[in-house]
Design a protein around this ligand. Structure first.
Ligand SMILES: *[C@@H]1O[C@H](CO)[C@@H](O)[C@H](O)[C@H]1NC(C)=O
Ligand SMILES: *[C@@H]1O[C@H](CO)[C@@H](O)[C@H](O)[C@H]1NC(C)=O
Ligand SMILES: *[C@@H]1O[C@H](CO)[C@@H](O)[C@H](O)[C@H]1NC(C)=O
Ligand SMILES: *[C@@H]1O[C@H](CO)[C@@H](O)[C@H](O)[C@H]1NC(C)=O
Ligand SMILES: *[C@@H]1O[C@H](CO)[C@@H](O)[C@H](O)[C@H]1NC(C)=O
Ligand SMILES: *[C@@H]1O[C@H](CO)[C@@H](O)[C@H](O)[C@H]1NC(C)=O
Length: 420
């Protein structure tokens, strides 16, 4: 399996190095505004979606060897039935302008998958900029499934920054994606392998690959910035393409190689150690997991979560679905420390809690403080023992450098703020 990833990677690196390098590249980063939208009645919904996703990330999606379009359709319908019955959740979205005439789609941002597709409320009309490849595209997400037809078309990432012939799935079935018009896949290109039908042995260049190959950005690189927020819906973040947005970080950005441990190695996976409190008590000892914009909470292996619970005294609120503390316990909550590469990042007590102004939005009360540290659903040792979801990423600036096969993290003005 590892050899597979490594050789896929080597192929991709070789492929990118033969591409003629661009003449003009923008000096400052190409950016997109990044918004959060919440449609929940309970924290249990958020956890359910996150866990379903964690489970599916451990098994890479593909067309599962379908031999005919009928089989593919049956797979999709079957998988759609497996989707959690609620569409409620927290979505991190960007606006992307696609096609001719230019049409705006609100798309989920997903570093855990790599196909880009559009759906639902907004019709897609093939035009003189589109090309029908004759392929179908199929992707399973745990909290959803998508089957569509593949087109190539223009995509406007930001005003003045356009790519042509971007692969797009135009969905026939998109289950589990209410309230958005598609998904922008920002993960590594090798995750697209096996998602086309009948052309099942090809890779599909991602939006980031095309931005790079077509000379719009200096390297295939994304930066994620999102400020912690205490309201349900806000446009509080930014995705940077091609380079770090220096205005968003404090100090240096620290890079570590993408982990070699499967299945985390398929995603924006890293090795990380987590300790708790002033005595730096071990919670997770140098293990692999991922950072993921498609996950809301900070998920830890069940045994690591049990350690965290015993250190903090947190108990599960089965109605809300999250761990909770009394205000007195919260007053004693200490920092988590994330060692990533040579640096250790403090994740403060304030960072570990659900915004108290939104307690009722998740079915909680003002008598308790709810925690965003949650259970991934299995003990450690799976090769994906944590997911640093958006509520972790909100405290830092993080970067994914596809060509360098590395992850970067920097502190921001929000790393230590108390807002929750
Ligand atoms: C937030 O956005 C969601 C999804 O678009 C919507 O259902 C909800 O009503 C919005 N909530 C608020 C408070 O605006
Ligand atoms: C495509 O069609 C649009 C009008 O629909 C026109 O404005 C544009 O010039 C055409 N582009 C090309 C490349 O033919
Ligand atoms: C897009 O791809 C199609 C099919 O490969 C090709 O015919 C067309 O020339 C390409 N368009 C551009 C602008 O590269
Ligand atoms: C919000 O959730 C409800 C219940 O699952 C769903 O019917 C509705 O479509 C969702 N709305 C949005 C905007 O996502
Ligand atoms: C990550 O941890 C694994 C298991 O301890 C180890 O094999 C690997 O070399 C470490 N580093 C990377 C970059 O994967
Ligand atoms: C963490 O793992 C390393 C290597 O396996 C081991 O030497 C060390 O004792 C462990 N630390 C703790 C606190 O468990």
């Amino acid at each position: 399996m590892l050899a597979q990833v490594t050789s896929a990677l080597a192929l991709l690196l070789a492929a990118s190095s033969v591409v003629a390098k661009p003449v003009t590249v923008k000096d400052s980063p190409v950016t997109m505004s990044f918004a959060r939208r919440m449609n929940v009645t309970g924290g249990a919904d958020i956890l359910k979606m996150d866990r379903a996703r964690a489970t599916s990330l451990k098994v890479r999606s593909s067309t599962h060897g379908a031999k005919t379009k009928d089989e593919l359709m049956k797979n999709a319908v079957g998988a759609a039935f497996g989707v959690p019955s609620t569409n409620q959740g927290v979505s991190y979205v960007v606006e992307v302008v696609i096609g001719t005439p230019p049409t705006t789609y609100d798309m989920l941002v997903d570093t855990g998958s790599s196909n880009t597709w559009i759906c639902c409320e907004i019709d897609y009309f093939p035009s003189n900029t589109s090309f029908d490849t004759g392929n179908s595209v199929y992707v399973e997400y745990g909290s959803g499934v998508m089957l569509g037809e593949q087109y190539l078309d223009v995509v406007h990432i930001a005003p003045g920054f356009t790519i042509t012939n971007q692969s797009l799935g135009v969905a026939l079935i998109a289950e589990g994606f209410d309230g958005v018009d598609g998904l922008l896949g920002l993960g590594p290109q090798y995750l697209t392998y096996g998602n086309l039908f009948p052309d099942a042995t090809t890779y599909v260049p991602t939006v980031v690959d095309n931005l790079y190959d077509q000379g719009v950005i200096p390297k295939p690189f994304i930066g994620i910035s999102f400020q912690p927020t205490t309201v349900m819906n806000t446009t509080n973040g930014e995705i940077t393409f091609g380079q770090v947005d220096q205005t968003k970080i404090q100090g240096q950005i620290n890079y570590v190689p993408i982990t070699e441990t499967l299945p985390s190695a398929y995603y924006v996976g890293i090795n990380q150690t987590i300790t708790y409190g002033n005595h730096k008590t071990m919670v997770l000892n140098n293990t692999a997991g991922i950072t993921d914009t498609g996950t809301t909470l900070l998920l830890l292996a069940s045994d690591a979560l049990a350690t965290y619970q015993s250190l903090t005294g947190a108990v599960l609120d089965s109605d809300v679905g999250l761990l909770k503390l009394t205000p007195a316990q919260f007053a004693n909550l200490q920092s988590l420390w994330f060692t990533i590469g040579d640096d250790t990042y403090e994740f403060t007590a304030d960072a570990q809690i659900w915004p108290r102004t939104l307690n009722t939005a998740i079915g909680g009360t003002s008598d308790f403080v709810y925690l965003i540290v949650s259970d991934i659903g299995s003990d450690g040792g799976t090769g994906m023992d944590f997911i640093n979801g958006m509520m972790f990423l909100e405290r830092f600036y993080t970067a994914y450098d596809t060509l360098g096969n590395q992850f970067g993290i920097a502190r921001t003005a929000e790393t230590f703020v108390s807002v929750n």
